[in-house]
Design a protein around this ligand. Structure first.
Ligand code: SF4
Length: 71
């Protein structure tokens, strides 16, 4: 299992994560990225446990502000 965390406050809405991994990331009406199916943790960040992080790692590497964490 892996966990994807999105530090939403840092997101600048560039769209790279959605382009690289649309099954995990979608740009919302607020102009920021959201993890599809995520819950919000006590820090206000989105997180989701998934079987295989595959393209989420690619998206994390490409994020210009490094606000996607895959652990
Ligand atoms: S790549 Fe990073 S900054 Fe760009 S939309 Fe996704 S989370 Fe936001």
């Amino acid at each position: 299992m892996a966990k994807i965390i999105l530090e939403k406050e840092k997101c600048i809405g560039c769209g790279s994560c959605q382009a690289l991994c649309p099954k995990c990331f979608q740009i919302g009406e607020d102009g920021k990225s959201h993890i599809v199916g995520a819950s919000v943790n006590d820090k206000g960040n989105e997180e989701l446990e998934i079987e295989k992080p595959d393209c989420a790692k690619t998206a994390a590497d490409a994020c210009p502000v490094q606000c996607i964490i895959v652990e």
